[in-house]
Design a protein around this ligand. Sequence first.
Ligand SMILES: Cc1ncc(COP(=O)(O)O)c(C=O)c1O
Length: 339
Amino acid sequence: MGFNELPFKPTEKVSLAIEKIRNNAGYYGDPMCLELRKAIEKAYGINRDHIICGNGSEELLDVIARNFVNSEDEVLISQFGYIQFVLAANRLNASLRKSSEVKYHTCADNLLKLINSKTKLIFVANPNNPTGTFIPINEIKRLLTNIPSNVVLVMDLAYGEFVGFDYCNQVHDLVEQFSNLVVTRTFSKAFGLAGLRVGWCHAPKNMISGFYAARGMGSVNAMAQSAATVALSELDEIQSRIDLIISERERVAAALLDLNIETLPSYANFLLATISGQDKELIEKLVQFLFDEAGIIVNRTREKGLERFMRFSLSLPEHNDLMIKTCKRFMNFNSIMIK
Ligand SMILES: Cc1ncc(COP(=O)(O)O)c(C=O)c1O
C-alpha cells in the first residue's frame, strides 16, 4: 500500500490488447503515439496536436522542466509538493522555492508571493501527493490570472480522476485560455496501469515540439500505448473502480478515526494518517508493526513537517480490513486510548 497504485487487474479488453502486442514484440511502438492521442482526443475532446505522451507522467515533468528551466532559474512548489518536482529542479541545478501551505493545502496567495524575476516554473499537484488535498478550479484560475505570462504553471492531475473527470476537463479548458498552463495526466493511478508506464501532457501547441525534442524517441512502449488506448474506451468500468476506492477511502478514514488515527481530507486514492496527539516515534512503530504483523508496506513520510504521518493507498476491501484490524491491534498493544 506504499505507492498509490490501484489493486485491480486489467480489464479483459486491456489484457487482450497487451496479449496482442506480446506476439508482435519485435516491432517498435509508434514514437508519436498517434492512436493513443486520438483516443485521448475522442475521450476528452482535447486536440491531439496539443498532446504528447511519455514514459509515465514522471518523464514528462522532467521534459517540461528541461524546456523552461536552467541552473540560473527558480522552480516554485508548495511546501509539501510532490517529491518529483524537487528532483526535477535538482537535476537541472535550479533553485527550489517552497511556499507555505494552509492546513496542508496548497495556497495560491503564498505561491504568488514568492514569484520573482528568476521564477520560470511552478509545479502544483492537484490533488497533491502526499497530502491528498486539492485546490478548486477558481483557485487555479486566480493563480493563472496573477502569474506573469513568462512563468509556466504545471498542473499535475495524476489523481485528478478521483476528484472527477469533469473537474479534469475544466482544468484542461484553461489551457485554451492561458498560454502558460501545462497539464499532466497519467494512466498509472485511476486507470491502474502503473507498471506499463504511460502518461500524457496537454499544453499550448507551440510548446509541444520542444517537448518532443527533450523526450526519448521510443519512451512509450507498444504495450503501454495499446493498453492505454483500449482503457480509454472503458471509462464506465474505470469510474466504477474509482467509486469503490472512494467509498473505501471514506470507510477506512472513519474506522481509523475510531482508533484515534486521524487522516487528512483526501481527494486521491490514498490517505495521510497520524496518531492523534502522538509524536513521530509511535508512527514509526506502527509502520514497522504493519509490516511485521501483516506484511503491509506503507509510505513513511519523513519530510520536514510530515514526520508524524504515514501514507497508504486504499486497496480492495479485504486488504483495507486487514489494515484497520492491524492498526487496532497496535493501538491496543500500546494501550493507547481508543474512542
Ligand atoms: C502527484 C504525482 N504526479 C506524478 C506521478 C508520476 O506518475 P507516473 O510517472 O506513474 O505517471 C505520481 C506518482 O506517484 C504522483 O504522485
